[in-house]
Design a protein around this ligand. Structure first.
Ligand SMILES: Cc1cc2nc3c(=O)[nH]c(=O)nc-3n(C[C@H](O)[C@H](O)[C@H](O)COP(=O)(O)OP(=O)(O)OC[C@H]3O[C@@H](n4cnc5c(N)ncnc54)[C@H](O)[C@@H]3O)c2cc1C
Length: 352
């Protein structure tokens, strides 16, 4: 039996990575069990942080707190891991008619919106290389976060520390007692499940109303372009490294597998052909399932019957912006026994 740990984390996507980071900052030890999956949401996401969303151009839930906290967390992790993660990039939002333009302009004038929305957008290279929309707005304080790269670099760091077991977690081997858990020779006070959409198969927490939204994306090369900003036209075009762009994504609420489909490939390809005036080449077609929750709020808390089991999940469609703030909230809850905000507490759905 190895030395007991404070925490055993199951899953090391965006949720598990950030929670491990904040637990370590709090001086706690954690061992991670994770089976790398190229089809996990963290590996497929663009990691866009977009403060202004939807057809009505409203601020995302609690962006004024979430974005500065996210930026600071990613900057800290960049210095710790020695890689760039947080890329501040304005989002150009295509507006398709005068009503949309008027709504955009009206919103920019509202209190609390001016810092996030510009009425005069700077199209730069998009002006020549894309088919023009009616008009454009520009979003500020937006970013693209390399959450897949962050998880990869953090995994390498955990390997160096000998703090990760890379395998599928076997629930049948978990011994649960009031004071702690044991798993294959590992001991910890609390096991925290950070399994993303896989939590639907978790026998302890599958009573929670997990959703799931499948998303498919294309990774493309656009040889004639050097776009710097993110464009939200019919789909998002997001600059990545090495001249590649992320194009997506689809939303599927009913699906029978997590793999790429020819329909989504055709849909995304056609949207891109409609937008671009310059040729592109599809390098990869990827798919994953977002860990969504019905009320669109994260899932944090301890099991109602087994307090040595806890869960951090439900980052849904917005793991890049929600992840840091709620991972810190979860770490404070675990370490300092602080109270969870009701909006994110799994207790809001009752017990088992
Ligand atoms: C197409 C797409 C586009 C997206 N775009 C954005 C975006 O632009 N901006 C944004 O903020 N968010 C975006 N998201 C959402 C974002 O990806 C998620 O919110 C976030 O990555 C969820 O992280 P997670 O750690 O909860 O889950 P996951 O990424 O699913 O990670 C879970 C990890 O746990 C492992 N695991 C699970 N169960 C077990 C087990 N039993 N044993 C061992 N290992 C296990 C998995 O293999 C995986 O490594 C997008 C998602 C998709 C699919």
């Amino acid at each position: 039996m190895s030395k007991p740990h404070d925490y055993l984390l199951i899953g090391q996507g965006q949720a598990g990575t950030l929670l491990a980071h904040f637990l370590e900052q709090a001086g706690k030890t954690a061992h991670v069990v994770d089976q790398y999956n190229p089809r996990s949401a963290t590996q497929v996401a663009a990691g866009i942080i977009n403060p202004i969303t939807g057809r009505r151009y409203v601020k995302s839930w609690r962006v004024d707190e979430l974005i500065p906290f996210a930026k600071k967390t990613y900057r800290d992790l960049e210095s710790r891991l020695g890689i760039p993660i947080y890329h501040e990039r304005p989002i150009l939002r295509a507006l398709f008619n005068s009503r949309e333009e008027n709504d955009w302009l009206a919103r920019t004038a509202e209190p609390g919106y001016g810092q996030y929305m510009l009425d005069a957008a700077g199209l730069e290279e998009y002006a020549e290389k894309t088919v023009p929309a009616y008009s454009y707005g520009e979003v500020r304080h937006s970013a693209q976060v390399d959450i897949g790269r962050l998880a990869d670099a953090y995994r390498a760091y955990l390997r160096e520390k000998g703090a990760i077991t890379e395998e599928v977690f076997d629930y049948g081997k978990l011994e649960v007692a009031a004071q702690g858990v044991r798993y294959k020779g590992l001991e910890a006070q609390t096991a925290v499940f950070c399994e993303g959409q896989h939590a639907r198969q978790n026998p302890f927490f599958n009573y929670l109303p997990f959703g799931g939204a499948k998303g498919e994306v294309l990774i493309v090369r656009i040889p004639g372009a050097r776009f710097e900003k993110i464009l939200k036209h019919r789909v998002f075009i997001v600059p990545l490294q090495d001249g590649l762009y992320w194009v997506g994504s689809t939303y599927g609420w009913k699906f029978d597998n997590d793999g790429p489909t020819p329909e989504a490939r055709a849909f995304l390809g056609e949207r891109l052909e409609d937008i671009l005036k310059t040729p592109f080449e599809v390098v990869e077609h990827r798919a994953a399932i977002r860990p969504t929750v019905k009320d669109r709020r994260p899932f944090l808390g301890r099991h109602p019957e087994f307090p040595s089991l806890a869960l951090f999940n439900g980052l849904g469609t917005k793991g890049a912006s929600l992840g840091p703030f709620w991972a810190k909230h979860m770490a404070d809850f675990l370490v300092k026994n602080s109270t969870l905000e009701e909006a994110v507490d799994i207790g809001r759905f009752g017990g088992e």
